[in-house]
Ligand binder design. Structure first.
Ligand SMILES: [Zn+2]
Length: 138
């Protein structure tokens, strides 16, 4: 499923990914899986003092200030920390046309972005909890 031409800065073998990630994290991040709604650990998580980091490489991808309750059962953000950290890929799976979002540093699947979010961007980044780790600021 990964674009074989794309060379991400962080490269690991499948064995290394499996050793690093738990089975759910691996299924989501490395096999573009989707956790069931309202089952992840961050859909109703609204702590302010920290950052949501890529489970694959630790890159800080989303900030609490952009998180909102979209009612969909997945953590939702109206923007990433930096748009260059996020790769957007057209996804034709499941009979839909969606925009997949991946970590641009390690290629891990994060979720999808939809054009129905709140201001100021109007975007909704619908992210799997299994693809991110909230790390409180020290
Ligand atoms: Zn990453």
């Amino acid at each position: 499923m990964n674009d074989p031409k794309k060379q991400y800065p962080v490269q690991k073998s499948e064995a290394e990914w499996r050793a690093q990630l738990d089975p759910m994290q691996y299924q989501v991040a490395r096999q573009a899986g989707t956790e069931r709604a309202f089952t992840g650990k961050y859909w109703d998580h609204f702590e302010k003092n920290g950052l949501y980091r890529c489970v694959g490489c630790g890159e800080a991808l989303f900030a609490p200030e952009t998180k909102f309750d979209a009612g969909c059962g997945w953590p939702s953000y109206w923007a990433p920390v930096n748009s260059e950290l996020i790769e957007r890929i057209v996804d034709h799976s499941h009979g839909m046309v969606r925009i997949e979002v991946r970590c641009n540093n390690c290629g891990s699947h994060l979720g999808h972005v939809f054009p129905d979010g709140p201001e100021p961007t109007g975007e909704r980044f619908c992210i799997n909890s299994a693809a991110i780790d909230f790390a409180p600021k020290p």
